[in-house]
Design a protein around this ligand. Sequence first.
Ligand SMILES: Nc1ncnc2c1ncn2[C@@H]1O[C@H](COP(=O)(O)OP(=O)(O)OP(=O)(O)O)[C@@H](O)[C@H]1O
Ligand SMILES: [Mg+2]
Length: 345
Amino acid sequence: MPWLVSIVNRPIAAPRAASPTARVRFDQLVALWTRHVPATAGDGAGDYEDFVEQAVRLEAALNTFGADNVWLVVSTEPGIAVNAGTGESRAAAELQHWPRYGTQPSRRHEDIDMQQARLAADYYRYEAFVSRAGRRLSVCGFGLEGQGAELGDVLAGWAAGGARRAFLKSVQIKQFAFPMDLPAGFGPGDGSRLMYDALDYGAMYMEGVRESIIAQEFVTMEYEYRLFVVGNTVATAAGCVEEFTPLDNNGYPFDNQLRRHRQAKSPVEAEPAIARALTNFSRNAVDALALEVPALTDYVIDVALGPTGKPLIVELNSLLNAGLYASQPARVTKAMATLERETVR
Ligand SMILES: Nc1ncnc2c1ncn2[C@@H]1O[C@H](COP(=O)(O)OP(=O)(O)OP(=O)(O)O)[C@@H](O)[C@H]1O
Ligand SMILES: [Mg+2]
């Protein structure tokens, strides 16, 4: 079974002071990378996490699918797919119907068929999410002049009820996400000013666009944890620790090294009981999502402990583009390969 595997050819990084086993793994990755990916001018000075994540994906694909089944598309030459075993090349455009693995080039997922990514990006519309969000949410826009839910009205309502802080996120992925204060006396007319203060001219493009913002109540989120779901089953998971890569995995498919405050970068500690609670909660959410959105099968789900220690869902993301942290990516490729074999096309 052939696979179309997209790799971003990041420059090779310098090794990082790490455990001896992590160092051995790093050197193996560099050797593998050098065999399959063309050299770049920045080699030796690349970003460590960016490089390791790409190299680990390459390794997982080769080990699981077999080199002869891997057709590599490197980001600097997106038109050509090269067979990792034989070196044969073909036009990538001819292979678009094949199953894919690796970072997908388009954030909007418009130029290629990325149904799973689009369904994951719509998470805020699903009852299975909303009922496990642990916070109020409203999908709104600003400057709408009565044509739909207005940001200022939503926030003024929350402020009147005593909320002092909100979290705003764009519906379009990676456009913006930020917390903001709701001063006492925040009124419906303050919504547009707030967006212009935060985004400057960027706000212009959103003014008058309905359902462009996911307004949320601000709640504490602790011990954020990412679970990788393939075929409605959790394959691997790890704490949201920005500087961790799969080379930091502690030997468990469900890595239990967690950070209490993701943003403040508090210490990372083994928290098996919390990891277990978050995993159980997520499995239940995954089951609920499978019933509600049967077409959504592959994604990552980010969860955390909310204000009273109760688990909540932070968000869903596309499986192929999500950061790996200290997960075991080979568990994802194996699950993908098993499902492909079982699927009649
Ligand atoms: N309602 C909220 N209240 C408080 N903090 C929040 C809220 N929603 C999200 N956060 C915090 O902000 C972070 C980013 O939010 P989210 O994951 O939804 O957006 P994102 O665009 O994917 O950003 P990132 O790429 O940093 O994860 C979360 O990991 C969490 O720490
Ligand atoms: Mg996120």
